[in-house]
Write a new protein. Structure first.
Ligand SMILES: Nc1c(N[C@@H]2O[C@H](COP(=O)(O)O)[C@@H](O)[C@H]2O)[nH]c(=O)[nH]c1=O
Length: 325
């Protein structure tokens, strides 16, 4: 069955009454996905522009193509890199692309809060329009000197995000949740919740995904913890409630603060170290993060008494060999 995608209606904008942008060097050029200076970090992967992120989202099933796109320094070249593979974009691309674009903008905002929120708010309450020579879906095309016509979906999403800032729905502390769609992946791994600092939470996060997908979006660490509790109740795999209760206690004892959200990070690392000892380099590779980030996490795990650091050579092992789950 072929899904029929309803296209948003086209509108006409008077240039004099709008904020328009075409080139990134213009006054409001930072609103463009092509704008540099808004670095993103997804699952520990540095991505130079929201354009590269958006294009990479086409290919969750082709991590090698994602790598080609993300490796490009120029956003336009990143977009060009995706061109030969476009026919292989995820099969529901036309249905999900607008949601994905909104998510990309939210990530751009959260990880570049000061600069991007300021720019968005400087647009006041004027319509925002991407002035595009050829794209009247994301932008609007000039009719003449005065008017532009198009669906202007990017401009409308930017206005939505602006509204979310003004209403306090989005703040610098917001955790942007991954979209509740199938195969929302970067380099073969589920995309994790996004925070300003770019820290990410592999492993245990997976356990919350079913609930996110079922429509119950966790909004805080507390909610995510309670998800583990739900999981606990509906576990049918023979895992005893007692052990799962223990997991919850273990998680709670990590004493997270708002930015830590360490339950997502440390638990899988500790689990790994219960199987066997590992060096920090091995762990960084296993959890696809950089060495510095992994060392920070290990330091914290050692402080919390969950992991022991061994020397000569330096390696790590879980303090407790008891299964957490
Ligand atoms: N077509 C165009 C821009 N449009 C941008 O391209 C992105 C969407 O790409 P896609 O949906 O893959 O065609 C999105 O960020 C939109 O704003 N930008 C530019 O500088 N120059 C262009 O020629």
């Amino acid at each position: 069955m072929v899904a029929v995608v309803k296209l948003p209606e086209s509108r006409t904008y008077n240039r004099q009454e709008c904020i328009t942008f075409r080139k990134t060097a213009e006054r409001f050029g930072g609103l463009s996905n092509m704008a540099g200076g808004y670095i993103l970090n997804i699952n520990g992967v540095k991505i130079l522009t929201s354009e590269a992120l958006y294009q990479a989202c086409r290919f969750p099933h082709m991590p090698e193509v994602q790598r080609l796109i993300i490796a490009e320094r120029s956003p336009m070249t990143a977009k060009m890199k995706s061109k030969p593979y476009r026919d292989n974009s995820r099969s529901d691309w036309d249905i999900v692309r607008t949601k994905i674009m909104r998510w990309c903008l939210q990530v751009k905002l959260i990880q570049n809060w000061d600069k991007f929120s300021k720019l968005l708010l400087e647009t006041g309450d004027l319509p925002i329009v991407e002035d595009s020579r050829k794209d009247d879906f994301w932008g609007a095309k000039p009719e003449d000197e005065e008017f532009l016509t198009g669906a202007n979906v990017l401009g409308r999403l930017l206005m939505q995000v602006r509204e979310q800032i003004a209403s306090g729905k989005l703040t610098s502390e917001t955790i942007v949740q991954p979209l509740p769609i199938q195969d929302f992946l970067l380099y073969g791994q589920d995309i994790s919740p996004i925070v300003a600092s770019g820290e990410y939470y592999p492993g245990s996060y997976m356990r919350s995904l079913d609930l996110i997908k079922s429509g119950s979006q966790p909004s805080s660490d507390v909610d995510l913890l309670s998800i583990s509790k739900h999981e606990l109740e509906r576990d049918e795999e023979g895992r005893s409630n007692e052990n799962l209760e223990k997991e919850l206690v273990e998680i709670a004892e990590f004493k997270f603060d708002k930015y830590d959200s360490l339950q997502f990070v440390l638990l899988p690392i500790v689990e790994k170290l219960q199987e066997s000892e590992h060096t920090d380099k091995e762990l960084a590779k296993l959890f696809t993060t950089n060495l510095k980030q992994m060392r920070d996490w290990l330091k914290r795990a050692v402080e919390l008494g969950k992991v022991r650091k061994l020397s000569k050579p330096v390696r790590y092992v879980a303090e407790s060999q008891l299964p957490l789950i």
